[in-house]
Ligand binder design. Structure first.
Ligand code: KG4
Ligand code: ZN
Length: 402
């Protein structure tokens, strides 16, 4: 109680910085739940900038190493935020609030975003907004995005050495002013799902079918009882000797392969839940047996193996999604999270939409995988509700959706 009082920022008591809702609302979003350090600025729901610094250091270890991730976040966070503000053309004293990922995620990684956001909000005397990462993946569907050339989204391949984020990779030679003009002049997309809709949220740590009745009224209808779909992709890739994260590589090799070349048994899980650990074991056994017979099996069949495992994962995902749509009589169907970047998943859901009369909503690739634009848009909606938090807030690595 005492702590709460002590840490309650001044704006709450004086109201000095609570901005009139008719004014321009600038939200800085910060994401640091896993291995991407990201910052984005959203103005009245419209994305002005979206910066992501990847951490390539984990490739050598076959998965995210938590301690290395938090160190890289510490190095990256200030330059990433700086670039996000610059690209948005927003000065820090023009910010209305700071939204950050509270969880779920890795404790050390979350701590970096959490403590940076608290300090920045305190220093600027503006509200602080905590965001659930899984809710943000879903609300990414409501980002009003300028139709940009993809290269305008700055993506740096960095790990401990952050210098490369300075080498902005956009077409106009890294000219921030020009980029801002282009951002402002592009048409905004408005095609968002209508409530209620179902969202299949598939990421590295989660696999959920969620019924979304309103921005903040969501219920998990089914979820994985063990591994997540992204984990299934990454673990299969690891068995094939591919670097982390393996999902995008399986997607790439699968394009040349036959999805029916190898058949894997499907899990039997009740209701709308999922399971992927049995598939992982079956896949390990299959590869072990085949490579015992022929050491070159993986090299000779890489495309077919990738296409077959990808087909199986997608088939498992779609069967339960179809069931949920029938059970709840909903034809507004969305996908979200890193695995929704998968090209075959996107193609399959398009085919299903035609067969089953679904209206489908597929985010742009850059809003599927982890990003701060989704944190900023969630922060914007929370800002409108005046749903602020205080300086006593701590990370929540196992933060549930509802
Ligand atoms: O949402 P996300 O970026 O981070 C988490 O919140 O976990 O999801 C990361 C996951 C990883 O498992 C990665 O392999 C997977 O998304 N992923 C993909 C593709 N792109 C990312 N899986 C299959 N195909 C892809 N194209
Ligand atoms: Zn995520």
């Amino acid at each position: 109680m005492l702590i709460e009082k002590y840490f309650t920022p001044q704006w709450k008591t004086t109201g000095a910085k609570v901005i009139n809702m008719n004014n321009t609302i600038n939200i800085l979003g910060i994401e640091s739940s896993c291995d991407d350090t990201a910052a984005a600025v959203i103005q009245n729901g419209k994305l002005l900038s979206n910066i992501i610094a990847n951490q390539s250091i984990h490739q050598n270890y076959g998965g995210v190493v938590p301690e290395l991730a938090s160190r890289a976040h510490q190095q990256n966070i200030i330059p990433v935020v700086d670039q996000a503000l610059k690209l948005a053309g927003i000065k820090k004293n023009e910010l209305s609030a700071i939204a950050f990922t509270r969880g779920p995620g890795l404790m050390g990684s979350l701590l970096v975003g959490n403590s940076f956001s608290k300090t920045f909000a305190l220093g600027l005397n503006i509200p602080l907004i905590e965001v659930n990462h899984m809710q943000a993946h879903i609300l990414a569907h409501f980002i009003q995005t300028p139709e940009l050339p993809k290269s305008l989204i700055i993506k740096s391949e960095t790990d401990m050495d952050f210098m490369s984020v300075q080498q902005l990779e956009f077409n106009n030679n890294g000219n921030t002013d020009a980029a801002i003009e282009i951002l402002k002049s592009y048409k905004l997309g408005t095609n968002s799902p209508k409530f209620p809709f179902l969202c299949l949220t598939v990421s590295g740590g989660h696999t959920q079918i969620v019924i979304v009745k309103d921005f903040f009224e969501m219920k998990v209808l089914g979820e994985t009882i063990d591994d997540a779909a992204g984990e299934a992709f990454d673990k299969a890739a690891k068995i094939l000797g591919l670097p982390y994260p393996g999902g995008p590589l399986i997607d790439k090799y699968a394009k040349e392969g036959n999805p029916k070349a190898f058949v894997f048994t499907r899990p039997k899980v009740s209701e709308l839940n999922y399971s992927f650990s049995g598939l992982k074991t079956a896949f390990i056994n299959f590869i072990t047996n085949e490579t015992a017979k022929n050491p070159n099996f993986i090299e000779l069949n890489k495309a077919d193996i990738c296409a077959s495992i990808q087909y199986t994962i997608i088939d498992i995902l779609m069967k339960k999604l179809i069931l949920a749509a029938k059970q709840y009589s909903i034809n507004q169907i969305a996908i979200a999270g890193g695995v929704s970047a998968n090209s075959e998943l996107r193609a399959t859901i398009n085919i299903l939409a035609k067969q089953l009369g679904w209206d489908i909503y597929i985010p742009k690739i850059e809003y599927c995988t982890d990003n701060a634009a989704m944190i900023a848009i969630t922060g914007y909606f929370k800002y409108l509700k005046k749903d602020f938090t205080n300086q006593a807030i701590t990370p929540s690595p196992r933060y549930g959706l509802c």
